[in-house]
Design a protein around this ligand. Structure first.
Ligand code: NAP
Length: 432
């Protein structure tokens, strides 16, 4: 039986590490909830004088100590819970270890830290009899972490899939109305949803860290984020939405993990999703997670996946759970290997300099690799020297279709390498 470090008094005292977007919003949301029984006593940030001039610094109690010396928070007698809202692996990991060692409960929104070091940090928290909660680390304000941990621990979850990156969802749902990728990315950057260097989001690295966190919780599988194949959304073009629409689909960055034969079949990348599926419903910066349980069936979580206020709500909910001494369900996880391959129909988009015999040449390569064609789509009105058309395949292993596509990329008439995307099937008859 795990013994949780006791909290003394009626008020839980918070030492805040990081007064940025989420940290300052946490102060604001907390200030609006006088009855929460939570009080900020210390705030750590570099350049703390600059932070004290922040418009939201007024939400921090006047008697709170502002400091640039992290040890003045980690070991402080007037701190019960260290709330880490800085981000990054280093120095956050070392500091949170020190906080746990010192017997402080910890709440963090740091997905990288929980994805890469979560196992060790949970073990340390259990050893020290304190709690480590991270409800904001996946899907921001959507309570998918407590929902899965508390609400679904009675089921046997076999698959999780969803939209875990709001930036990609904003870009792809903007492209649904005809924008090209570059234009949609610029819009996301202007709105503050994408970084100047958007690679962590668009190349799937952010989403795969979150997928690992969900896999540990829902599938009890400890997997290495770097083993999950991640594909960029940067190669998607407006024409793909036109063809996808004809197929009754749209495009989204989808993260999926499923238990299969003692392994986890997992991937992150752009996929075609049927317009009737929950995945296709999410627009803008929304996040969406669908869990599939052996007994309870599908459960959908959806809402704002990012932003100061929604994320701060998740952080404060964790702090309040600690303050209320809410019981946490202990979930074990075991190390599992990742299988990147999957059997599914695929969408192949070619851009060619038109000449006779192209379709026959492509069909020949697919036939040699044992891939059956399902349909061919070609819209009129494109220039003959850059002609986009699409072939969809019957279900086949991704590895097979990718080998065929690599062979086709060298063909004389290809203007650019073919795009190869997996197609999700509604109701998930799509078994990997
Ligand atoms: N923003 C969201 O929508 C969102 C959603 C879900 C989860 N999260 C997670 O929440 C955490 C915070 O994100 P955020 O958007 O609030 O980031 P942010 O705006 O960049 O805030 C981070 C704060 O921490 C400070 N900081 C960072 N490293 C530090 C260091 N080594 N020493 C001292 N101070 C340091 C920064 O100071 P400076 O101002 O000097 O840089 C800044 O005030 C991250 O783990 C993020 O992944 C964010």
């Amino acid at each position: 039986m795990q013994r949780i470090h006791p909290l003394e008094g009626d008020t839980v005292r918070v030492g805040l590490l990081g007064f940025g977007t989420v940290g300052s919003s946490f102060a604001e949301v907390l200030a609006a909830q006088a009855e929460a029984g939570v009080r900020i006593t210390r705030v750590f940030n570099r350049g703390v004088e600059r932070k004290r001039l922040h418009a939201k610094a007024t939400f921090v109690p006047r008697d709170a100590v502002w400091t640039e010396r992290v040890e003045e928070v980690l070991g402080a007698a007037d701190v019960d819970v260290v709330v880490e809202l800085m981000g990054g692996l280093d120095p956050a990991e070392g500091w949170l270890r020190s906080a746990l060692q010192a017997g402080k409960h910890v709440v963090t929104a740091n997905k990288q830290l929980i994805a890469f070091r979560g196992g060790e940090l949970f073990a340390l928290a259990a050893e020290r009899g304190v709690q480590l909660l991270y409800g904001a680390a996946v899907a921001g304000g959507v309570p998918v972490i407590p929902g899965v941990a508390q609400g679904l621990c009675g089921d046997e979850v076999t698959r999780i899939s969803g939209i875990l990156n709001g930036t990609c969802n904003f870009i792809l749902s903007s492209m649904e109305t005809g924008a090209e990728y570059g234009e949609a990315l610029s819009r996301a950057q202007a709105a503050g949803y994408a970084e100047a260097d958007p690679s962590a989001d668009v190349d799937g690295l952010d989403a795969r860290a979150k997928l690992c966190i969900l896999a540990r919780l829902a599938l009890h599988a400890e997997i290495d984020p770097e083993e999950i194949p991640a594909e960029t959304i940067a190669r998607i073009a407006a024409v793909d939405f036109a063809y996808a629409k004809e197929l009754g689909c749209t495009l989204r960055q989808v993260s999926r993990a499923e238990l299969q034969d003692g392994m986890v079949s997992a991937s992150v990348g752009p996929m075609l999703a049927p317009r009737s599926s929950p995945i296709a419903w999410s627009h803008g910066t929304q996040n969406m997670v669908v869990t599939s349980g052996r007994f309870g069936g599908d459960v959908v979580f959806s809402g704002q996946g990012a932003g100061g206020h929604p994320t701060a709500v998740a952080v404060l909910s964790d702090v309040r759970a600690i303050a209320e001494k809410s019981a946490q369900v202990r979930l074990s996880a075991r190390r599992m290997k990742v299988k990147g391959d999957a059997v599914a129909p695929h969408y192949l988009r070619f851009v060619v300099a038109d000449e006779p015999g192209i379709v026959a040449a492509i069909a020949g390569v697919l036939a040699r690799h044992g891939v059956n064609i399902d349909c061919l789509l070609q819209h009129r009105g494109y220039p003959a020297e850059r002609l986009p058309f699409v072939i969809t395949t019957e279900p086949c292993p991704s590895s097979t279709v990718r080998r065929a596509v690599a062979e086709m990329a060298a063909m004389r008439f290809m203007v650019q390498p073919p795009l190869c995307l997996r197609m999700l099937i509604v109701n998930d008859t799509e078994r990997d």
